[in-house]
Design a protein around this ligand. Sequence first.
Ligand code: OOB
Length: 543
Amino acid sequence: MLPLKQVWPAEAATRYRAAGHWRGETFPGFLRQRAAAHPGALAIIGGTQRWSYAELQARAEAAAAGFLALGLRPGDRVVVQLGNIPEFFTAVFGLFRAQMVPVYALPAHRQTEISHFLRKSEAAGYICADRGPDGFDYRALARDLRAAVPALRHAVVVGDAAEFTPFEQLDGNRAALPGDPDPAAVAFLQISGGTTGLSKLIPRTHDDYIYSFRASNEICGVTQDSVHLIALPAAHNFPMSSPGHMGTLHAGGRVVLSPSPAPDVAFPLIARERVTISGLVPPLALLWAEAAPRTPHDLSSLEVLLVGGAKLTPEAARRVQDALPCKLQQVFGMAEGLVNYTRLDDPDALVLETQGRPISADDEVLILDDLGRPVPEGEAGHLLARGPYTIRGYHNDEAANARSFTPDGFYRTGDIVKRTPEGYLVVQGRAGDHINRAGEKISAEEIEDHLLAHPNVFDAAVVSVPDEFLGERSCAFIIPRGDKPRAVALKTWMRGRAIAEFKVPDQIVLVEAFETTAAGKISRKELRARLRARLLAEESGQQ
Ligand code: OOB
C-alpha cells in the first residue's frame, strides 16, 4: 500500500523546513537514536515491567518483524486499542518500524466505533489486550469485528490470545524490515472528537507531529531527567504529545504508566518513581487537588502539572495550584493540531485565567465573527488555525473537509475564543453541538442517531449541560412514540448499541413536542440551544 500523504502546499512545507520545524526525523529513527545513545536508560515503566531504551527498541524490532511475518505490509493500517500498558509502545513503535500506520482507538471504544475506524481506515489489522482493567473482554470484541468487517485480516492480542495471534510471540526476520519511512508520510491516524456524526480520522506525519512534541518539551521543561506519569489514556493526543509520552521518549526521559488516574493509584506511583510531570483533564485535576493535602504519599518530586482537554475555570485553576506542590500549566489543544500552553514563567494572572498561547511563531490563528470577518481585538469569535503541525484535511472525508477547512487551508476548530492583549487565548465555548464530558468529546448528532433507532423514540435532541464535576454532561430530550421509554431502560438499551460508555446520556428528559417557530421548523442547532436553556432555567428555578 502506498504511504498516505498529508498535503501542505510546497511553499508552506519549504518554510517549515527552513525554520527548522520539520527536520526529517521519524519515529523509528528517533527511538533508534535514543537506544544507541542511552541504551541502559529507563524508557517505560508499567505494571511489573521496567524497560530500558535498548529493550524497547529490541521489542519494537521483534514486533515489526512479526507483523511482516504475519503478512501485514508496509502502508497497512492497524487499529491499536491498548490501555496504559508497556505493550502499547511495543505495538506502535513496531508498526512504525515496519512502516505500518497505527490508528489510535481508546480502550472505552466498542464495536460500533472500532468497526467504523477499521472501515474508514481500510485497516488490515487490529491489536487489543485480552482484558481491560475493568474486566472487559476485548477478544469477544475482536470476534464481533472479524464477523462484521471481512477486510480485517489479523487480530493480535496481548496476554491470553485465545484463537488470535499472541502479541508476545510476534517475531520474524529482521533483515526483511524496510528502511526508515519518508518523514513527510503519514505516521498514524488519530481520532477526532467528532462534532458531527462519527469520528473522523486525523492523519499526522512524522515531521509535523515530532515538531509538536519537540517544541512542547521546551515549553514544558521536559528533558532526559523528566519522569512523566501517563494517567490519561495513552492513545489520546494530549498524553501522547503535549508533551506526552512521545515528547518524553524523544527527550530520553522516563514514561511511567498509570492504569488509572485515580489518586489512590497515581499518587503511590508518583512517590515511588519520583514523577516530575503529568497531565490531567480538569475534573481529575480537581480530584488530585482534593486528595493531595491528605495523602501519605510524597508528591514533592512533581514539578509540572498540565491541565487541559476541557476548560479549567480560574477558580478551579487556583484550587489546583494551591493544593499541589508544583507549577500549573494550562494546555488547550486538539488532535487536529494547534496546541496552546501557558508558559512556566508566566504570571499567575495568565496561568489561572487563560488557556495559553500557541506553540509556534508559525502558528497562524484567526478569530472571526459569524460572517468570517476578524473580530475587534479582545472580542470573542470563531477560532481558525493553520501552521506547521495543524492538518490540512481529514483522512478520506471530502464532506468533512469542505466543512472544516477554508479554501486557504485554515482548520475551523469549532471553538469560540477571545485573545488577551498578551496574545493568550481564553476559551469561551463551542460553536458546534458537541458535549465535552470531562475531556471526552461526544457528538450530539451521533447519539441522536442511536436514540432514533429505538422503537419508542419518535425524536431526540442531545445537549450539553454544565456539570459541577464533569464540566459538561449529556442530556437527551426524547419525544416518545407508543409506550413511554423509561430512562434506565433506555440507557441499558444504549449500552446494547456497543458504544463507548461515556456516550450513554447522563440524563434523559421526556417531552411531548419540540418547539417550532411561527415560520415552522427550527434548525437542530437552535432546537438544542432552546432545550438547553429551558432545562437550565428549570433547574435554577428549583434551587
Ligand atoms: C484535546 O484534544 P481533542 O481533539 O480531544 O479535543 C479538542 C477540543 C478543542 O477543540 C476544545 O474544544 C477542547 O477540546 N479543549 C479545551 C481545552 N483543551 C481542549 N477547551 C477548553 N480549554 C482547554 N484547555 O482535548 C487536547 C489535545 C492536545 C492537548 C490538550 C488537549
